[in-house]
Design a protein around this ligand. Sequence first.
Ligand SMILES: [Fe+2]
Ligand SMILES: [Fe+2]
Length: 191
Amino acid sequence: MNYEEILNKLTTELSAKRLQHSRGVCQTAVALANRFGANEGKAKLAGILHDCAKEITNQESLGLADFFGIVIDEVEKAVPVLLHAKIGAQLAQAKYGIVDEEIQQAIRLHTVGGPEMTTLDKIIYLADFIEPSRSFSGVEKLRKIVEQVSLDEAMIAAYDQSIAFVVEAKGLLHPATVAGRNSLLLKKRKA
Ligand SMILES: [Fe+2]
Ligand SMILES: [Fe+2]
């Protein structure tokens, strides 16, 4: 499927609000791809598709995870909404014909992050945070930081924000988020 076909299909799958968010992530990801030297076409497709599984019910998510052979860790079991990233990567292929593994991986890592992220993965992670329709407290500050610093520094700031938010809400931190942040801090110390 090309971008227009994917967008048309997503219009029937997602709420208007989610679609607006996805378009925002898509636009922001394209801009970041230009700035940080990633493939613009891949950023566009990963951005529009990243939340393609977000409106699936928890019960359906667990069924789909089983169907796709996705291994569910204990944090995902307790917080099934996290699974929309892994399921979204599978649906990108099964429903939207995306066979490109870099696009699939960017979708898979967009929610919790991780220690081994490509430039495209980081761009989608950041775009998800700062796209224009986001309105959480601190979003303006994060947008400014992303504008001014390197990709890895922007990721550290986004991880900080994400971890602080989860801790404040007394939520479960996913180990991949901590591992992702640690890996960037360790890389800085070695530099
Ligand atoms: Fe998401
Ligand atoms: Fe999102």
